[in-house]
Design a protein around this ligand. Sequence first.
Ligand SMILES: Nc1nc2c(ncn2[C@@H]2O[C@H](COP(=O)(O)OP(=O)(O)OP(=O)(O)O)[C@@H](O)[C@H]2O)c(=O)[nH]1
Ligand SMILES: [Mg+2]
Length: 227
Amino acid sequence: MGGSNYDDDWVLPSADITLVLVGKLGYGKSATGNSILGREAFVSEYSHASVTNTCQMGSTMLTDGRTINVIDTPGLFDMTVTPEDAGKEIVKCMNMAKDGIHAVLMVFSATSRFSREDSSTIETIKVFFGEKIVDHLVLVFTYGDLVGENLLKNMLSNAPEYLQKVVQLCKNRVVLFDNKTKDPRIRTKQLETLLDVVDSVSANNGGNPFTDQMLTRLKVMLLKYSL
Ligand SMILES: Nc1nc2c(ncn2[C@@H]2O[C@H](COP(=O)(O)OP(=O)(O)OP(=O)(O)O)[C@@H](O)[C@H]2O)c(=O)[nH]1
Ligand SMILES: [Mg+2]
């Protein structure tokens, strides 16, 4: 035998995957990013103040040879963030994602009551990124250690209409993450579930990621604010 697999098989160049984490302050965006990357790439800690202040990207190679890029963002859609600052961060984030974004992971804590304000996050995301972003949205609930799969399913099926609408809009793309577990089987399983969902998002979009050419609204807004 000898040599690598690449000598014997013709292997398609594997495309990178780029994911962006968005969501309210302290819901576990950075912790989820670390779970995906399999290392402490981002600072994640309990705080009443914003821990992540600017977009950052971390990358890792998956077992299938693909590279996954994860962009962690500050709580862009919180009341305290001005549209100018949020716009600037999104531009930065799109510059980091040079080949586009495959999926936007909207992070919510499974232990917090999902509020109307939470469901309006999606509207804000649409304002910034444009309608097309909806095809790339995945809902990620954190605190899987405290709220198991079954409880989350129950919670979602009995959820208020505004939450059910969000789930429908995301075409049932919901993933639960336990960012505290040290169990490698749980870590692997939740990452595989997420990657399956991300691959289905890509397939639904003909393999095309969301690119900054689609950011017309944001560009108009930036012009308006002369940013
Ligand atoms: N038990 C448990 N705690 C979690 C989980 N995910 C995140 N946390 C905790 O939640 C707190 C906030 O997590 P971060 O990852 O810093 O949250 P963030 O959304 O990045 O916060 P900002 O950057 O400030 O917006 C930390 O204390 C985490 O350890 C989880 O799945 N289970
Ligand atoms: Mg953070």
